[in-house]
Write a protein that binds this ligand. Structure first.
Ligand code: BG6
Length: 487
């Protein structure tokens, strides 16, 4: 059970609070992980009353039940854990830019507090400054004061550094928990276990045996109502230095000396620092044009709400990345992510080198397939490995088969939103799954040259519902390789 604490949610009336935080707290309550003396204090610039907020959230929670399109959709909302949360909800109105808000807060808070910044990124710095100036980040009498900061953490290296400076002027690094929700995904956490707890895999996880690695985060949805945020952001900033690099670190980092938070985060930073600056020739930026998606006509990005009609924002990125260290030198890592693609799929595919000599070469071109291990994250967590076997029959013919498992076959599927572990970890003071200042800065440093080079670069168009721009196929084609097919 987590220690007693107050969770202060800035952005109480916002979307994140409704869709993700409340379901996560409900699940934590259901698991008996919250202390009796746990409470929640929402802060919002709109006027809300305790009862009004409680009723609103109850309605939203109930609307999720049985709705498969919601991230969280249990069959029904269990009144016991929801009652536990509901009666602990309080809310106050406050302008995040006014000192009075923080004075007001200081009058209400004592003991352990986690501040959750579920607000637009432009408020991260001001809220932390407000907290610091009101003395709310001082940890006295053994009580903790921690701050969870959502993404995006900066929009390039300079802004990420400036934000780190601002927040670290108000508190110690150990008080700041920078979220990357990919690290809340169970199967992402499992990558280190798969790699380091299986003697079968650990020795071959290196340049001598691995030919290349593919990391894909493909979405079928478009930019939806987020044009205002997405236009100045684009797929590179939105997905690469955070989510994709987290997948990259999990699959490529060196084994840490222990599972201690700092040991793990040291290795992650070391890995990201070893990324060679990405040249524009090794990068493809795409944008979806009109097409067909899920049997329906899909609009072009430029026709989405709050998007300029001549927008050059990328909704797709493909990159070839080189890691300069002893383990990975010469092994390309191909990353791709995009919206409105043919398939919803997040996975890492490790392609092994061909078997050393083709003993079974039966006819021209019928070489054994190379082994590929796919670590599947979404939508169906599991793993699949391509192996060669003999096809039954009198002749020595080979067939490639896929052997694997689905988490759902072995474990009770949990209706979680991925924030449960993250919130719980913050309450117990375990920052392993959060981003440290130096990892974030190293990640931005790796993509910054590309951000600069892309200021005026044109985009390659791809039809909505397709696997992406043809230029992305050429990126691998040049190296005699191909992406695993999407769709
Ligand atoms: C978010 C991005 O951080 O991650 C979104 O801002 C993206 O643009 C989302 O859609 C993807 O997350 P998931 O968990 O749905 O793969």
């Amino acid at each position: 059970q987590a220690p007693p604490c107050t969770l202060v949610v800035f952005g109480a009336g916002g979307d994140l609070t409704k869709r993700l935080l409340m379901p996560a707290l409900y699940n934590l309550a259901g698991g008996g992980l919250l202390a009796e003396k746990f409470s929640i204090l929402g802060v919002d610039h709109n006027p809300l009353t305790d009862d009004g907020w409680r009723d609103d959230l109850t309605k939203t929670m109930e609307s999720f039940a049985g709705d498969p399109s919601a991230e969280f959709h249990p069959e029904r909302i269990d009144p016991q854990p929801w009652g536990f949360i509901r009666e602990r909800l309080h809310v106050m109105q406050g302008d995040f830019s006014k000192a009075a808000t923080f004075q007001d807060l200081a009058g209400r808070l004592s003991g352990n507090v986690v501040f959750y910044l579920a607000v637009a990124a432009r408020f991260f710095g001001p809220v932390v400054e407000g907290l610091g100036k009101a003395g709310l980040l001082e940890q006295s009498d053994g009580a903790f004061r921690r701050v969870i900061i959502e993404k995006p953490f900066g929009s390039d290296l300079a802004s990420a550094k400036a934000l780190n400076e601002t927040i670290l002027a108000q508190g110690d690094e150990s008080q700041f928990y920078r979220i990357d929700h990919f690290l809340g995904k169970e199967t992402v956490q499992s990558i280190l276990v798969i790699r380091f707890a299986n003697a079968l895999l650990d020795p071959v996880w290196r340049r001598d045996y691995v030919d290349h690695v593919e990391i894909t985060a493909a979405e079928t949805i478009g930019v939806e109502e987020r044009g205002r945020f997405y236009e100045p952001t684009g797929a590179l900033r939105d997905m690469v230095p955070n989510h994709l690099f987290q997948l990259l670190t999990m699959v490529a980092m060196e084994p840490p000396g222990s599972f201690d938070a700092e040991a793990v985060r040291d290795e992650k930073t070391r890995l990201v620092t070893a990324i060679r600056p990405i040249s524009p020739e090794d990068a493809v930026r795409g944008q979806y044009a009109a097409g067909r998606e899920g049997g329906r006509d899909a609009a072009a990005y430029r026709d989405e709400p709050d998007v300029a009609e001549d927008s050059r924002t990328e909704t797709y990125v493909a990159l070839k990345i080189a890691i300069e260290n002893e383990r990975w030198s010469g092994v390309p890592f191909y990353l791709r992510t995009g919206k409105c693609l043919a398939d919803r799929r997040t996975e890492i595919a490790v392609h092994f080198k061909p078997a050393p000599f083709t003993l079974f070469k039966v006819k021209e071109g019928a070489d054994p397939s190379s082994n590929v291990m796919r670590l599947r994250i979404d939508p169906e967590p599991g793993s699949a490995t391509r192996l060669n076997v003999k096809r039954p029959g009198p002749q020595m013919h080979l067939s490639a088969i896929e052997t694997g498992f689905r988490y759902a076959d072995f474990f009770e599927p949990a209706s979680t939103v991925g924030y449960e572990t993250l919130i719980y970890d913050c309450m117990i003071g375990d920052p392993t799954l959060f981003q440290r200042a130096d990892t974030i800065e190293a990640s931005w440093a790796a993509v910054d040259p590309l951000i600069q080079a892309w200021t005026d670069a044109p985009v390659c168009f791809y039809a909505a519902g397709s696997p992406g721009p043809k230029e992305a196929d050429e990126l691998l084609g040049r190296d005699g390789r191909a992406w695993l097919p999407l769709g």
